[in-house]
Design a protein around this ligand. Structure first.
Ligand SMILES: [Zn+2]
Length: 354
């Protein structure tokens, strides 16, 4: 009998949202978070129909998003729905005083609900972001129901920078966190974020939570987005103290350095936490050709990373985050997912008394 296929969740409406440009160091550049990202991944996965089964998620009720995000954030996205076709709003004014008066029905107040100027709003943003979150929810449900031990949410736009009440970093709803919330009632959850950038939104959503371990492996926040979070001293608070781990790698880190950090620090931490579920916030902007990230990983390295995570032996949801070198993004995602599947199949290492 052949192995069950890996379910892949994706909705075509996620492609209706097309960010145009952003400002980077004073230059107007093409926006990296393009529809070509999802299309690259879809093509790679549809090219292996014996392994992957691509289908749309079910519609996600907004109540599920309101349980995680401030309702004003949803109101603001709804306001953006009324922008004219072709019109895009980039927040540029960010109020600092507290309390502030901010009206989510006024698009000019968007900066009160946002932390950077590179994350645009237009009429399609809300629907695309809701479908992106729906992918993560259904992938979580697929493992929770024991229908599969590995599921993939092709979430785009990504999510790991979105906090309870702020969007930013190309992220509108925190998809990985939503998956974790869905699983948390059925056992402890470990989230490992392998995107090049620190998962600040995921960290903040579970910072006081002892039932969700958040680990992020990323580039130095002194030099890379999100700049104001991602430091090793951020270890959680209150009941969550000790359940947040930030692992920083040097610029240009290669597979040897990356895998050593996984083997010696991240994976032992997951094992000692003994979660029931694993969520991988999978960004591939760690790739050596990526225009945004600055690590030196090759395509084959994603098989090794995936296999190590698979060998944890946990029901796993992989949620897509960043990755901006679109010619190879699909191959990198596919290589990672196949690695994770191989790792799950591999026999557990024998214990000393076996
Ligand atoms: Zn990233």
């Amino acid at each position: 009998m052949s192995d069950p296929k890996i379910p892949v969740f994706f909705h075509p409406a996620q492609l209706d949202f097309k960010p145009l440009y952003e400002w980077a160091f004073g230059e107007r550049i093409d926006h990296p978070e393009t529809t070509a990202r999802a299309e690259s991944i879809l093509a790679a996965l549809r090219g292996a129909p014996e392994i992957f089964d691509v289908h749309p998620p079910r519609a996600l009720p907004l109540t599920a998003l309101r349980a995680q995000h401030d309702y004003q954030l949803l109101s603001l996205y709804n306001t953006a729905r009324r922008l004219a076709e072709g019109q895009t709003f980039y927040p540029t004014v960010f109020p600092r005083e507290r309390p502030i008066y901010a009206d989510p029905h006024n698009i000019h107040h968007a900066g009160a609900f946002c932390f950077d100027s590179g994350t645009p709003l237009n009429a399609q943003t809300f629907d695309a972001a809701v479908w992106s979150a729906a992918c993560a929810k259904d992938a979580a449900e697929a493992i929770r129901s024991r229908a599969t031990r590995l599921a993939y949410a092709l979430s785009r736009p990504p999510g790991h920078h979105a906090t309870r009440d702020l969007f930013g970093g190309y992220c509108y709803f925190n998809n990985a966190a939503l998956a974790a919330r869905h699983l948390r009632g059925a056992g402890r959850v470990a989230i490992i974020d392998i995107d090049f950038h620190h998962g600040n939104g995921t960290q903040s959503l579970f910072y006081r939570d002892s039932k969700v371990l958040t680990i992020s492996v990323h580039g130095d926040p002194r030099a890379f987005f999100p700049f104001f979070a991602g430091y090793p001293t951020e270890t959680g608070a209150k009941a969550g103290l000790g359940y947040n781990m930030n692992l920083v790698l040097e610029t240009g880190a290669d597979a040897q350095a990356y895998l050593r950090l996984l083997d010696e620090v991240a994976l032992p931490a997951v094992r000692s936490f003994a979660p029931a579920w694993l969520i991988v916030a999978a960004g591939f902007d760690t790739y050596h050709k990526d225009p945004v990230g600055r690590f030196d990983l090759q395509t084959t390295d994603y098989a090794d990373i995936g296999e190590r995570l698979g060998r944890l032996g946990l029901p796993t949801v992989v949620v897509q985050e960043g990755g901006y070198y679109t010619p190879d993004l699909g191959l990198n995602a596919r290589t990672f997912l196949c690695g994770a599947r191989d790792g799950q199949r591999a026999p557990r290492p024998a214990l000393a008394h076996d």
